[in-house]
Structures are given as C-alpha cells and as structure tokens.
Design a protein around this ligand. Sequence first.
Ligand code: GRF
Length: 202
Amino acid sequence: MIKIAVLVSGGGTNLQALIDAQKAGAFPNGEIVLVMASNQKAYALERAKNAGIESVVVSRKSFADPADYDRVVVETLQSRGIELVVLAGFLSILGKPVIDAYPGRILNIHPSLIPSFCGAGFYGLRVHQAALDYGVKVTGATVHLVNEIPDGGRILLQKAVDVLPDDTPETLQRRVMEQAEWKLLPQAVAMLCEQLEQEKKS
Ligand code: GRF
C-alpha cells in the first residue's frame, strides 16, 4: 500500500476530490495517511478531520532558517512512511532537501496549461486573472512532478477548459477546478501509485 501525504494551504477542494476518489476506489494501491497544512486556518484541515485522516500543521513562517523548515517537513513525512507527496493548493516553496528526499514522487496541480501562466507568483485567482487579461480562449489544469523550479517539473497530465466571454476569475477558477483539477489529480495519484507499486515488486 503506497502511503500518501497531501500538502494543503487553503480550502482543500483538491484534497476533497482525492478523499472522494479514494472512497470510490480510484487508487486501490494508495492510501492518504497524512494531511500537512502550511497554516492552522486551512479549511482543508476540517476536511481531513471529517475523513478521519491525521493532520499536522508545519508553518514555513515559524522557521527563521529555511533549512530547518525543510528538515522538519522531511522528518514529518518520513516518520509516517510517506512514499508519495501530493501538493494540492499548497503555497509554500519546498526546498531542495525535500525534493531530493522524494525524487519523482512529488505531484503538484497547477490551474493552467503549463507553460502558460505559471512560475513564481502565479497561484490561485492570479492565474485565472492572467488568462483573462491575455484573452486566451482555452485554459485548463496541469499535474506535474515537482522539482526546484516553481511549476517546472515534468508534465504528467493536462486537461483543457473553455474560457467563456463573461468569465470572471472566480467563475473560471470554479470551472477549471470542476472540469479539470478534481479529475486530473486523482487520475495522476492512481497512475503514480500503480507505478510505485510495480517498482516495489521489481
Ligand atoms: C486553487 O486556486 C486551485 O486551482 C489550486 O490551488 C487553489 C486552492 O485549491 N490548485 P484547494 O481548493 O485548496 O484544493
């Protein structure tokens, strides 16, 4: 069984999609055993509690030295035997020690079709505002592996979503979540759990 940790910072709708997908048997080889939030106020913590999943808060701001933050993150994950890390609306930057501890095993969902509207500073509604400002007719979501470049890792899955003439950043974000993010992330987790399980057998 692949032990999964989901890292969150906000509402946790992507976490909820993973919880619901797990219940529906979408990734029989994997189990979400930990939710790590970057702040105490994340509603995602409520979702974890309601699903009976252990949660912990590790706040980047409470560490003067980023190296200490990275060390605590790695220790928190490894102490629970985590093998797959999923960033779901997670807003803190993970340093090299974390990336190196989980090579090819950290997934992120980004709410655009990378390489558009991504990189430092592109998160949340800002991504959709940039898409509307540019006037693209199609946007979407991307699941990619995480490396030390923000949104720079190998792309695993993408799904396109139409931009409508009267869209606001809020209506566009909602459509990208419903039609793309909440479908792609469980799909990517299922893919990775299958792959990691096979690697264990070989
Ligand atoms: C949303 O902007 C979503 O597109 C992105 O992170 C933000 C919060 O997602 N992935 P969530 O509701 O906390 O999963």
